[in-house]
Write a protein that binds this ligand. Structure first.
Ligand code: ADP
Ligand code: MG
Length: 225
């Protein structure tokens, strides 16, 4: 049995919207294992981003139990153990592409050759020619590729990507996921991608469907979930 990285038992997240309590996530129970490849699919507003933020320890549930059995406490996860690719562009504006990609390694006091790791990551995602550019000089799609390079450079245990191909045309989106597959080949990194795109979901081994905050595993995968 592979390592359980994230374990959720009846996890809820409610928000207060103008005095009204809105349930963004209701009673989510699941396990994420090392090496998992999960597509999180659901309509806009169904709770995908809410779930990813909870899984990253960036947000806390309003009910239920969420744990990271082999990773540690929720507040220690980002960006070294779990990397999150946000739905909206999240690059640091004053830093170049290279510097943005180096950030997780610098924050983790990595002992590896940081410039080598950054160069490899830029090459994997076809970003070499953009290394010295600032985020404001990039297209939305290029920013997403940089965000993916930054998420994967430190070889985290989990990558959570929130609609990473949402701004890309189909062939560019496919190339991004091919690059990510190449980077992850032979690793035990678990990957969860929130997506609307059936072509993206088809590439993954497990499908988690979320509807109005209710999460179900749409494709049976043994006794998992
Ligand atoms: P998705 O990523 O699937 O589009 P979200 O997780 O962003 O869905 O949102 C789920 C629900 O929670 C929506 O009804 C949304 O309006 C609500 N919601 C999300 N974030 C907040 C917030 N910070 N404050 C209040 N309501 C929120
Ligand atoms: Mg979202």
């Amino acid at each position: 049995m592979p390592d359980t990285l994230i374990e959720a038992e009846s996890v809820n997240r409610r928000y207060q919207q103008g005095g009204v309590s809105v349930i963004a996530l209701a009673c989510a129970t699941f396990r994420l294992y090392a090496g998992d490849r999960v597509a999180l699919i659901g309509r806009s507003g169904s709770g995908k981003s809410t779930l990813l933020h909870l899984m990253a320890g960036l947000d806390v549930p309003t009910g239920g139990i969420l744990a990271w059995p082999s990773l540690g406490a929720g507040e220690t996860l980002l960006p070294g153990k779990i990397a999150l690719v946000f739905q909206v562009p999240s690059l640091l504006e004053p830093l170049t592409v290279s510097e943005n990609v180096a950030l997780p390694l610098l924050m983790a006091n990595a002992t590896c050759d940081i410039s080598r790791a950054v160069a490899d990551s830029l090459a994997t995602f076809g970003l070499e020619s953009l290394a010295r550019k600032l985020p404001e000089e990039l297209s939305g799609g290029q920013m997403q590729r940089v965000a993916m390079a930054r998420a994967s450079v430190g070889n985290p245990s989990v990558i959570l990507a929130d609609e990473p191909t949402g701004q890309l045309d189909q062939s560019t989106g496919r190339a991004l996921l091919d690059a990510l597959d190449a980077h992850l080949a032979g690793t035990r990194t678990a990957l969860v991608i929130a997506t609307h795109d059936p072509a993206v979901a088809e590439r993954m081994e497990r499908i988690w469907q979320i509807e109005h905050g209710a999460l179900i595993e749409a494709v049976a995968a043994g006794e998992r979930i």
